[in-house]
Design a binder for this molecule. Structure first.
Ligand code: ZN
Length: 676
């Protein structure tokens, strides 16, 4: 699994350590964008189990005209392939969507009825999922209206839909897009359109077994860009997705935009990679795909990057075939600047750390960490989006040529803002804390991430002769490592030296982070667990470990105080400087555990503070968050880029932030339907 996603705003978070992103990970520059920021509408609507959000393209004004053009061409390339994803997900998806859109545009009958409202909700759910199966559960979604009503809508809107496709909306066929139930034939039980409906698992596996060369160390990604179909004589063959093959009309559009992008590439390496991607789309040759990935991973200069192609194989129950997706990214200039300052001062952080002198590195090197801002997504990455990307997927390419790992900062920021108001008002105790969070949470989270990644994971050394944490601390290693990196960040975010370095303007930033960390670690994150569950996820464990241990340590001096008001619990920090000292002591101890490989001590800490849930607090958190009625799945309206023309030449590219999901979906349907 290379794509990091926030599948449920209220529940699971898949994260590798690097993409620590974590719970309160906001990442934007409050100061930079103050005005537009305060008034920006982060959430537009909720329906069924879905919530529609918006994000801002941060850093847009830092781009040159040529760079803006590059971003524009790449987003257009992305959108040109949008229909491929729909067709891949299910063979009837496009005709169903066309019928639904025709009804939305043409129907002039009663729009106040329950039936019509249910029809609109269903249509929006289909848009959200790029098809009739739920984007997350993969189950076919049930319309909230009868077949007769639907047929009436079709006829009154002067449109039609085949009987087979109409039936499928209401019957019990093709119930799962992707089935992972190994008691059944995985292909026959899955509706996804990567294989003709009558091709069995056994046949497909046999087909690829014949192709796969077991002796090569550099295998191509067999079957990645093709559909398996049954020929007239009953045999099975591959139909490639390429300019000359299946999806050719959409792929030709993609190529046209990629060629324009290549013309304004920022540097030679980026242009070269785009050229190979174009060749790959033209030929469908999987050797070219590998060649492209190597060129792409080696193109590290420049401010713009992108993903565009058939990438992830989650939607194929057999894991061969990849879904079309694109993300266009701009470097997070602000975060990069901050991280550069931290890197330049990295030895200061090591020398002044509260860890024991013998555990300090004489020459510490900062860890590089990349944050980017999304400028546009299409295909499988939208409306529901990943929050980080780590590619390419081929293991041998990763081993020999490396990989690119980024977190999508403005997406995380939008999640945080959209969650913001309700959660903060519910869980902050004083007005001061609330205001501080509103004002500084963005900045403080970004500082925390930068310190955690650049300094935290780089700091400290093992004693001579001690094995790696994976060997010594085993199953507790990553919880303790994340806790250690968090503590480095917490310790330094209250260091006045950060102001001297120009990283923050006020110590309120540090206080906001302390409030947030304690609020989250002791309460808020518990909303992701169901009643009776214990904490399993490493980041959740480390956050409770740090917060609860600090609370217990400072209890006698009332450093963090547990308060109750109107039956609601709050944890309030009374002394920030003392809390910083406690964090320093914790850091020293966890570093000692790592440096010495002290398994027993590590185990005791995690088991004592990080695993068990206080059932009363947990129940209370669930009740208080449920009252806020926040739908569990989020998706985004995309910003729209529009060239400003003077004659034939582009003089600027404007960014618009539409607010109406339905309008954007209808516009996409009109402008980017290349698979008619
Ligand atoms: Zn980490």
């Amino acid at each position: 699994m290379k794509r990091v996603s926030l599948v449920l705003s209220a529940s699971i978070f898949f994260m590798s350590c690097n993409q620590q992103g974590s719970e309160p990970k906001v990442a934007t520059e409050e100061v930079m964008n103050k005005d537009s920021h305060d008034n920006f509408q982060w959430e537009t609507e909720q329906f069924a189990d879905l919530r529609i959000l918006r994000y801002q393209i941060e850093g847009w004004d830092n781009l040159s005209l040529k760079q803006k053009e590059l971003v524009y061409y790449l987003t257009q390339a992305g959108l040109s392939g949008r229909d491929i994803t729909w067709d891949q997900y299910y063979r009837h998806n496009l005709e169903i969507r066309n019928a639904l859109e025709a009804i939305v545009k043409n129907y002039n009958g009663d729009k106040e009825s329950e039936d019509w409202k249910n029809f609109m909700t269903y249509t929006k759910r289909v848009w959200f999922s790029n098809g009739i199966h739920h984007h997350y559960s993969n189950a076919k979604m049930k319309p909230g209206f009868e077949k007769a009503y639907f047929e009436q809508l079709l006829s009154e809107s002067n449109t039609s839909l085949s009987a087979e496709a109409t039936d499928v909306l209401f019957n019990d066929k093709d119930m799962k897009k992707v089935s992972k139930d190994s008691d059944q034939d995985l292909l026959l039980a899955s509706a996804v359109n990567f294989y003709d409906p009558d091709i069995t698992e056994e046949e497909a596996i046999a087909f690829y077994k014949k192709q796969i060369d077991p002796n090569t160390k550099t295998p191509i990604s067999y079957g990645l860009n093709s559909k398996l179909v049954r020929a007239e004589d009953g045999s099975i063959k591959e139909v490639k997705w390429s300019a000359e093959g299946m999806y050719g009309s959409a792929i030709t559009e993609i190529i046209g935009w990629l060629e324009k992008a290549q013309g304004v590439a920022e540097n030679e390496a980026q242009g070269k990679a785009l050229g190979i991607l174009i060749d790959y789309y033209k030929t469908g040759d999987l050797k070219k795909w590998d060649e492209y990935n190597i060129a792409w991973v080696e193109a590290t200069e420049g401010d713009i990057d992108y993903i565009n192609s058939f990438i992830e194989v989650y939607d194929d129950p057999l894991g061969y075939k990849a879904t079309y997706e694109t993300v266009v990214q701009i470097k997070d200039f602000d975060a990069s600047k901050k991280m550069a300052v931290i890197s330049d001062n990295i030895q200061y952080f090591e020398d002044n750390s509260p860890i024991m002198n013998e555990h300090k590195k004489p020459n510490v090197k900062g860890v590089t960490y990349k944050m980017v801002n999304v400028a546009g997504e299409a295909g499988a990455t939208t409306p529901s989006t990943p929050i980080g990307v780590n590619l390419p997927n081929a293991n041998w390419i990763r081993a020999e040529h490396g990989s690119k790992s980024v977190s999508l900062a403005n997406i995380e920021h939008a999640y945080e803002e959209a969650k913001g108001a309700g959660f903060l008002e519910e869980f902050t105790f004083t007005k001061e804390e609330l205001e501080r969070a509103k004002k500084y949470a963005g900045n403080s989270s970004k500082m925390h991430t930068a310190l955690h990644e650049v300094v935290g994971h780089a700091s400290g050394k093992l004693n001579d002769g001690v094995g790696t944490p994976k060997e010594t601390l085993r199953n507790y290693a990553s919880t303790l490592e994340e806790g250690r990196a968090d503590l480095v960040a917490l310790y330094y975010i209250m260091d006045p030296k950060l102001m001297e370095m120009g990283l923050i303007d006020t110590m309120e930033v540090g206080k906001a982070e302390y409030d947030n960390y304690i609020r989250n670690g002791l309460m808020l994150q518990l909303r992701r667990l169901e009643v009776g569950e214990i904490i399993e996820e490493d980041h959740m464990r480390n956050r409770q470990l740090v917060a609860k241990w600090a609370y217990e340590t400072g209890k006698e001096d009332n450093i963090i105080e547990k308060k109750t008001l109107d039956g609601k619990t709050y944890f309030v920090i009374n002394d920030y400087d003392k809390l910083r000292e406690i964090f320093g002591d914790q850091l020293r101890e966890i570093q000692r555990i790592k440096s010495e490989g002290d398994y027993e001590a590590g185990k005791k800490l995690v088991e004592t503070y990080g695993v068990q849930v206080d059932p009363a607090i947990h129940k209370e958190v669930l009740a208080r968050t449920e009252k806020l009625h926040i739908a569990p799945y989020n998706g985004f309206i995309q910003p729209e880029l529009k060239p400003v023309m003077e004659g034939d030449s582009i003089t600027d590219i404007e960014v618009n932030y539409p607010t109406d999901f339905t309008q954007q979906m209808l516009m996409y349907g009109e402008k980017y339907s290349f698979l008619k």
